[in-house]
Every structure is written in C-alpha cells, then in structure tokens.
Design a protein around this ligand. Structure first.
Ligand code: AMP
Length: 408
C-alpha cells in the first residue's frame, strides 16, 4: 500500500508517492503553470530513489482537475500506482488552518467547509489546496484523505506571543493574530535534530530557521513552538525573496498619501517587489551570492540585510527560550548557503554560538553539524522534507482514527 501526498498551489501541483511501511519514495513530480493561457503546463516527474531519470512533458492543463488526472495517468503508465485502490490514503497540504486545527485531520464535508471559511485568511493558498482536495475526493472516493496544516505546529504559541497590540475586538471579530507558517517543516527538522543529537525533543531549546524563497524562524521549547516570525500572513518577519518581512506599518499610510498607491498596489509591492528583490533587483540567493562575490554593492547589501535580520531573530528567540541548545538551518538557502550561515552567526560567539568554518563549507546530503568545538549551541544543517512529514502525519491519522463513510 502507498500514501500519496499532494501539495497544490494556485498554478502548480506537487506530488510524492510513498510506499508503506518504510515510507520510501516511489515517485515524485511537479506540474507548473496550470491554467496559464499563454504557456502550456510543464510536468517534471521522477521515479525514485534509484531512478534518477527526470521525465519532462508539456501539457495543456486548464485546471487542477486535469492536472490530477495527468498525475494519476503518469503514475499508472510508469507502473508506480496501478489504480487508486493501491492507496492507503492521500495527504494534502493545507496552508491555513486558523485556530480551528491544531493537528492533522481526516477530511469530511464539515472539515472542508471549515477550510473554506478560512479562505479570507489565505485567499491565494486555501482555494488551491481545496481544489486539490475536491478533485482527489472525486477520483478516489473510497480512499481516506487527510489535511495537514502549515499553521498547526504553531498553535501552541502562548497568547502573549500570538496577539498583536491592537484593539481586542480585531482578534475576537476578525481573527487578527499571529498564526505562523512552515509549521510542517519546523516540526520535521526539530524532530530530526533531536534524533541526530540523541536527545529527547522534550528537553531541547531549539531555534529553527527555514530559509527558502519564503523564510521564517521558530522558537521551540521542549518540543512546543512558543514563537514564530510569520504572522497573520506569511509577510511578517524575516527578509524573503520578494517579501519585505517586518516594517513600520505607518509606511503604508505614508505611501498611500504620497504616491496614491491603492490597497492592491501596496499588497503587490510588499509581497512581490520587496525583500531581496526590492533591495538588489534579484530574489534568487544563488545569483545574489555570485553578484556579491563579483563586487556588486547592492547584492552585498541585500546579503548583509538578510543576515542581520536573521541574527536579530536568533537573539530575540534566545531571550524568549532562555538560551538555545540547537540552531537549525533548513530550506534552499539554509541548506545550501554556507555564506548566509556564517554571516548570520557572526558576532554571536559571546552567546555560545560559533560556526566552524571548515565544517560549514562541507556539504552533506543528510543532517550535519557545523558548530566549532567551543560552541555551547549545536548548529545543524538539516534538509527539510515536508512531504515525508505529511505522509507520516497522514499515516498516523488513518491508523488512529476510526473512519466514518464520509471520511473515505
Ligand atoms: P526553496 O524555496 O526552499 O526552494 O529555496 C529557494 C532559495 O534557495 C532560492 O533563493 C535559491 O537561490 C536558494 N538556493 C538554492 N541553492 C543555493 C545555493 N547553493 N546557494 C545559495 N542559495 C541557494
């Protein structure tokens, strides 16, 4: 039996097929540009882990329904999944679970309705996740389906850390609070860290830094998240590829008055034209590092600002946790950029955080430690694996929850 994990974005569909009981990967793929009239959808597909071939196809897909059909067709053709009866369950990534979901759940009509009600909190993400869920339920009506929420891991954050200093009624009436995202990744790498260190997670103070195109930090005390940098939306916190992260909210009133930018214009500016891209015109950290090495001053500034913001978060979460046993770098940048790791930990030696330059420059496929001998804090580079974590949580749910007819 197998577990299929589906992560549907607004114009993309990522999937991974895991074989029970070890949850080894038997196939994975990505379909992009679904519904784009101007360019056909692209599909990249790999059976693995032994098979390193990547099959690429160009398809005309106008909606998620067709993308999921194309995915099932491919899985059938390649012999990795003969029919949907091969599936023990389907696990879906859902970005926003609001305050309603603290853990993964079996999907039924009522749960789907609650996810729909949360659309105003995640207008770009939840509708895409729902599209994937609806089509999967039609195609595999007898297969249990599980929703795993990006926000769930952060539901242990205490009130004093999740509330904004705003009129109370905005929380009561409009659900304005910090929710946090990347929870599946933060939870997964924290578990991996405990395993690597051979210590129970329940005894560790961890700061997890998920640094990809989107970036967030989480403070994890004895296995429970107590603070995170993203807020009501994924815009708050660290500097990201195209998102500003923290800023003075009065900038928006000022800009609106001075430039006449309306709400949509401000939204676009903060989410798509800011962050690394706003600072130096480029949002890809690899390019920025190369440009900085060639002496480009704006690229150097973008790197410096990115790492300075990171360092401030490390410091504030050390204060919140009362120290830190383990600092984790993950995500495309965290896993691959030794320069970002070095720069963001520079000057933290007095606080017991020291990176070993040689270990930091070596790259390994699996978890590895980069702290120097004298460092009190372990500093780990851990490849994240959100799909595996979704598969694990899906398996956990179907083995512990009795199924009702509507939940299949
Ligand atoms: P993700 O969203 O997790 O896929 O991460 C994407 C980010 O990781 C992009 O900014 C990439 O430029 C960055 N990245 C990937 N590989 C490297 C690398 N070797 N050095 C620096 N940044 C990298």
């Amino acid at each position: 039996m197998k577990i299929l994990v589906i992560n549907s974005g607004s114009s993309s569909l990522k999937f991974k097929l895991f074989v029970l009981p070890e949850l080894s990967v038997s196939a994975s793929g990505l379909i992009e540009e679904i519904g784009d009239e101007r360019s056909p959808a692209r599909l990249r597909y790999q059976t693995g882990p032994g098979d390193t071939r990547t099959i690429s196809k160009t398809l005309h897909l106008t909606e998620h329904r067709q993308a999921i059909s194309a995915m099932t067709e491919l899985l059938r053709e390649s012999g990795t999944m003969n029919n949907v009866e091969d599936l023990a369950a389907i696990g879906h990534r859902v970005v926003h679970g609001g305050e309603d979901f603290h853990e993964p759940v079996l999907l039924d009509a009522k749960i789907i309705h609650t996810i729909e009600e949360l659309v105003p909190l995640a207008p770009l993400h939840n509708p895409a996740n729902l599209a994937g869920i609806r089509v999967s339920r039609e195609l595999a009506p007898d297969t249990p389906q599980v929703a795993v929420f990006d926000t769930a891991f952060h539901q242990t954050i205490p009130e004093h850390a999740y509330l904004y200093a705003l009129p109370r009624k905005l929380y009561k009436n409009n659900k304005v609070r910090r929710y946090g995202f990347h929870g599946t990744s933060h939870g997964y790498v924290a578990g991996q860290a405990a395993q690597y260190l051979g210590r129970p997670l329940k005894e560790l103070r961890v700061i997890s830094l998920h640094l990809g195109n989107g970036a967030s930090a989480a403070a994890i005390h004895n296995g429970k998240c107590i603070d995170t940098s993203m807020g009501l939306t994924p815009l708050e916190g660290l500097i990201m590829g195209t998102r500003s992260g923290d800023l003075d909210p009065a900038i928006l009133f000022y800009l609106s008055r001075e430039t006449g930018l309306d709400m949509d214009g401000l939204d676009r500016m903060l989410n798509k034209q800011s962050g690394l891209k706003g600072i130096c015109g480029e949002n890809d950290m690899r390019q920025i590092t190369e440009s900085a090495a060639r002496g480009d001053n704006r690229a150097k500034l973008a790197l410096t600002m990115f790492c300075y913001r990171l360092k401030k978060y490390i410091g504030s979460y050390m204060a919140a946790l009362g120290g830190v046993d383990c600092l984790i770098f993950t995500g495309g940048i965290g896993e691959n950029s030794s320069l970002v790791r070095k720069m963001s930990c520079e000057g933290l030696q007095p606080f017991g955080i020291t990176v070993d330059p040689i270990r930091n420059d070596q790259h390994h496929q699996n978890t590895y430690a980069i702290q120097a001998g004298e460092s009190n804090t372990k500093i780990l580079v851990i490849p994240t694996n959100e799909e595996l974590e979704i598969a694990r949580q899906t398996l956990q749910v179907i083995t512990t929850t009795p199924l009702q007819p509507d939940q299949m």
